[in-house]
Design a protein around this ligand. Structure first.
Ligand SMILES: NC(=O)c1ccc[n+]([C@@H]2O[C@H](COP(=O)([O-])OP(=O)(O)OC[C@H]3O[C@@H](n4cnc5c(N)ncnc54)[C@H](OP(=O)(O)O)[C@@H]3O)[C@@H](O)[C@H]2O)c1
Length: 335
């Protein structure tokens, strides 16, 4: 079924049988790829928090012995056994078990079940789709969750934590574009100008959300999108005004949540979950269509901090995990 696929091609492969054994660019064959009915020549991928954990061995992400890393990919179909996808068509995939149970996007070729693929929205090319990647997709999913739970502009500003990161950068932009007042939270002064340029109306230090044992605090914000978890999420739950929504996206600062029931019972506050990995396919397609249409971020390039090749991945993981990246790192797999 293949069309001009070389016998061997480069892939960034992670070995994790009995714990992390290492990860590097290797040359593999099509037969080694996880099964699927569509083969894609990958053009771009990206570096997400989960990719950095998987590829550095700092987190246990792989649930099989070895895989190509990369939870995101965009490219061109080169072989298809499914009527919905034709050779030459541009597609993308994100989450869906990539780099967890199935070979991911850090490879010149990927083979996926058609059910995981999304036709590339018209307004996006493979590069812009991967500047967005899982981070942009998740930010949009989080915004959708807020709106679905009736968040109104009139309820007050929305706080975005971990604002200079991938999800944060797009959440700030998207909410600002939709007319919400955005308060971006970051640990670093050097990110302030960037966050104002993306549309934040105020930038505050993440220390605003320090641990506080009191069961409820003065209501300050209309809602929040939280990338940190732990004390920050607990503090947000106590400081959001009545009927506000908080979307819990990430755990960059902690996985635990120690709060009180009072904000939920006395203020009607909601904490909403979101998961890009196991998002229902119809919703995934819908969110990507919006990102390629009325939710297209107007400052996409501003978020692209660097464009790297497969060889640059270990350094990129390290920088991300040390909190040194403003925005997103794009991976040029095969231009
Ligand atoms: N639920 C889902 O489906 C989903 C999807 C994608 C990502 N995520 C999760 O969401 C989070 C953000 O992802 P991302 O791709 O945006 O990661 P990222 O680019 O690394 O951004 C995370 C940001 O959080 C802040 N931060 C990092 N470590 C911190 C710490 N110890 N204390 C306080 N702030 C810290 C930093 O922002 P400042 O420098 O501005 O403070 C950093 O830029 C991660 O936990 C990721 O695993 C979840």
């Amino acid at each position: 079924m293949s069309q001009s696929i070389p016998e061997l091609f480069p892939a960034f492969r992670i070995h994790a049988a009995d714990g992390f054994q290492g990860a590097a660019v290797e040359h593999i064959s099509l037969d080694q790829l996880s099964p699927g009915n569509v083969v894609i020549a990958v053009e771009y991928s990206s570096v997400n928090f989960k990719d950095a954990l998987a590829g550095s061995g700092k987190g246990k992400i792989l649930r099989v012995a070895e895989l190509n890393g990369g939870i995101d990919l965009a490219g061109t179909v080169v072989a298809s056994e499914h009527a919905d996808f034709l050779t030459g068509q541009k597609v993308l995939a994100n989450g869906s078990g990539l780099s967890e149970v199935h070979d991911g996007g850090y490879s010149h070729y990927a083979r996926l079940p058609a059910e995981w693929l999304v036709p590339l929205p018209e307004a996006l090319d493979t590069r812009s789709a991967m500047i967005l990647g899982t981070a942009g997709f998740t930010a949009a999913l989080a915004v959708q969750r807020l709106l679905d739970n009736h968040q109104q502009i009139e309820q007050g500003p929305i706080v975005i934590t971990g604002a200079s990161g991938g999800v944060g950068s797009f959440a700030v932009q998207l909410l600002a574009q939709l007319g919400f007042e955005v308060v971006a939270m970051t640990r670093k002064q050097e990110h302030h100008d960037y966050l104002y340029a993306l549309g934040a109306q105020a930038v505050q230090h993440s220390d605003e959300l320090k641990k506080d044992a009191r069961p409820m605090l003065k209501g300050q914000w209309g809602g929040a999108i939280d990338n940190l978890g732990g004390d920050a999420l607990a503090s947000l739950s106590k400081k959001v005004k009545p009927w506000g929504n908080i979307v819990s996206v990430g755990m960059a600062a902690g996985v635990e949540l120690n709060t009180s029931t009072m904000p939920f019972i006395l203020r009607g506050v909601s904490i909403l979950g979101v998961t890009s990995a196991a998002c229902p396919h119809a919703l995934r397609k819908n969110i990507w269509q919006r990102l390629g249409n009325d939710w297209l971020p107007q400052k996409l390039e501003a978020v692209c901090a660097a464009e790297i090749g497969l060889e640059g991945l270990p350094e990129a993981f390290d920088a991300l995990l040390k909190g040194q990246v403003q925005g997103r790192q794009l991976v040029r797999v095969k231009a």
